[in-house]
Design a protein around this ligand. Sequence first.
Ligand code: PMP
Length: 436
Amino acid sequence: TMETEKVSPSRSETLFEQARAVIPGGVNSPVRAFRGVGGTPLFIRSAHGPYMTDVDGKRYVDYIGSWGPMILGHAHPEVLAAIHSVIERGTSFGAPTELEVEIAELIVSLVPSIEKVRMVSSGTEATMAAIRVARGFTGRRKIVKFIGCYHGHGDAFLVKAGSGVATLGLPDSPGVPAEVSQQTITVPYNDLAAVEAAFAAYPDDIAAVIVEPVVGNMGCVPPRPGYLQGLRDLTQKHGAVLIFDEVMTGFRLARGGAQELYGVLPDMTCLGKVMGGGLPAAAYGGRADIMDCVAPAGPVYQAGTLSGNPVAMTAGLTTLRLLQQPGVYEQLDRQTKKVSEGLLQLIRKAGLPATLNRVGSMFTIFFTDGEVTDWDSASKSDTALFGRFFHAMLHEGVYLPPSQYEAAFMGLAHTDEVVEATLAAAERALDKLAYH
Ligand code: PMP
């Protein structure tokens, strides 16, 4: 069916204009602004299962899942019911609750390397706290991070960062004092020799190596075989804390995250996204001797008014419990394989360059012929072509991440029917691309 072009502005366009007058860039988090692909971001009214509906009433298949949390699909009835029942008893107490003990016990039982865990409200808080604790524990100053990895917006991490900072071309942010960024050593991902060289340059001053065990924030980039074990060996040898930032990968790639999948145990782990079930919750945890440095058990300070909030805890707990059902991770893997390989085939058939990276339910199709193993190779992608593909897909009702440098996330609501509809939409989108 033919669609007539709208001449009057859409509701999203009107809202975006209003938003830009009162919110910087019109959004409360930069990647939402569509800067990586151009155009006007969609304002969302509601979401159910694998679908989101915008304020103009158009429905999209969602491959972002709120950037990771919505692994069960949107508005999951059991999560909503749990939230409703908890909310009736009050929303915040500033005092400990039973729910916090339950979720801590569940996390400790699921994540192989975590013996003790502290709740916070965002992934940013989790990573900032983790490096503070690592510095307090080791008495050292420097951290090693990888070019193109993103660990939230803490000062120490806005050095050659991925995600929105990469999309906007602002890898080093103004406002971070040089004294702070100098303490962050950046090296390429998937390159153990570079990490070894960092330890050789600062043998007694590296407190921690922090890594996305599978990168999501330069698009999806998996670790080379042996890479994570190599990081484990090097940090052990040099007395540095190994931190896995599993904000994206935790409870997504396996019940125990990337560390379970690859069989490498870090000293500390950062969690977020899935563990909050779509509400603001995150956590950091690790070896008991390290975590016991945290106040009030130890001297390293970290706190939060809404930390362990009961509404967020129940959304997270319900989500994590539902993920314990048999076959969940097999289904995620199977459906993501189907949709990502299907898309790859169609794009290549259309004569466009494409490379697929996928681990479980995270994937990215890079518009490049070359292998993508780090930021250098990821940044060779044709981002203009990606933007055209993104908009053609959006027009056909499929909402992909609005940047080449973000991973797509699948969920349990992405059934065969949804996958088939996505591939049919891609065929139409690519047909149209060919004529423009
Ligand atoms: N670490 C990683 C690996 C992330 O992907 C993100 C967010 N995308 C963060 C940390 C920061 O989390 P938040 O946005 O909740 O602060």
